[in-house]
Design a protein around this ligand. Structure first.
Ligand SMILES: Nc1nc2c(ncn2[C@@H]2O[C@H](COP(=O)(O)OP(=O)(O)OP(=O)(O)O)[C@@H](O)[C@H]2O)c(=O)[nH]1
Ligand SMILES: [Mg+2]
Length: 278
């Protein structure tokens, strides 16, 4: 993840073709969702891309339709494919004050009723409510946009860790069955130029330590965890008042995006196979 895809990008393959290559895997996941009593749960801090991911996995593979101004989710969103389908994608709201909603889903994890958990993080680039950054609690007078973003993302990365620590107890006990989890580092387009730093942050720091602890408790065979990263949509990171905070990285393009998306979908498909035993 993070950097490998550059090498998997064969030159001479069109962007459309790359998109098409992702499509069969995507359909396979939908078929799995349709076939059985499958539940994928999506967790993460507020404004990180959970709703966007839920839509992608459960509706149709129409990336263009994912663009939308940030709107905070207020309840659990459950994406069902149609009335005959038992499988679903459950997305919890991310803002702290909404987390009462998490209880039932966490219990389902603990009793092994969730086949795949996706924890979304985004290196602190969390969209926030309808305010200017200058009205944000972390803003101090005289700060530049860059200084604010630095402070803000630092605090929000702490929040990502809090979310992991919050779900960790359930991951550590999950009854009998294997627990399968992906940490999805989203908003690749915003941090692409720092990808080595980002990779190191998640895979060699406090985040990985929590993962290791769970793995030690459960045994490696019972707790399977993978890191993947994507950009679900490419758009500038803006405040609630539409001020530009971070621009989408120049040079980050559809090729990188589709290759990573395909890698994610392949991973989901492979992990579901393990989870469902078929
Ligand atoms: N630049 C960029 N923006 C993204 C990406 N994925 C999602 N976004 C944007 O981030 C904002 C938040 O996305 P949501 O899917 O609503 O976030 P959420 O995690 O459901 O937020 P809550 O419901 O409040 O917990 C939206 O404006 C998305 O368009 C990405 O990969 N890159
Ligand atoms: Mg949401």
């Amino acid at each position: 993840m993070f950097v490998e895809t550059v090498t998997t990008l064969s030159t001479g393959v069109s962007v459309i073709e790359l998109g098409q290559r992702a499509f069969p895997t995507f359909k396979k996941i939908l078929t799995r969702l349709k076939r059985g009593d499958l539940k994928i749960a999506i967790f993460g801090a507020g404004g990180i891309g959970k709703t966007t991911l839920g839509k992608l996995l459960s509706q149709d593979f129409q990336l263009e339709s994912l663009f939308s101004p940030y709107q905070e989710s207020i309840t659990i969103e459950e994406y069902q494919l149609d009335s005959n389908v038992f499988g679903s994608v459950v997305v919890v709201p991310g803002q702290e004050r909404r987390q009462d909603n998490w209880h039932d889903i966490l219990r389902m994890i603990a009793v092994g009723k969730i086949q795949l958990i996706i924890h979304v993080v985004s290196w602190g680039y969390h969209s926030f409510g309808e305010i200017s950054y200058t009205n944000h609690r972390l803003y101090q007078s005289g700060m530049t946009v860059e200084e604010f973003v630095e402070e803000y993302t630092k605090e929000r990365r702490r929040r990502e860790l809090d979310v992991l620590e919050h779900i960790a107890p359930q991951l550590s006990i999950a009854g009998g069955k294997k627990t399968i989890m992906i940490t999805l580092v989203n908003k690749q387009d915003l941090w692409w130029q720092n990808r080595k730093l980002v990779k190191d942050y998640y895979m060699n720091g406090d985040y990985e330590r929590v993962i290791q602890k769970i793995q030690n408790q459960r045994g490696a065979a019972n707790f399977i965890h993978e890191y993947r990263s994507v950009s679900l949509v490419m758009e500038n990171f803006v405040s609630g008042a539409k001020e530009l905070l971070v621009a989408t990285t120049g040079g980050y393009d559809d090729r990188i995006k589709f290759a990573n998306l395909k890698y994610l979908l392949d991973t989901i498909d492979a992990l579901l196979k393990i989870s469902l035993g078929r």
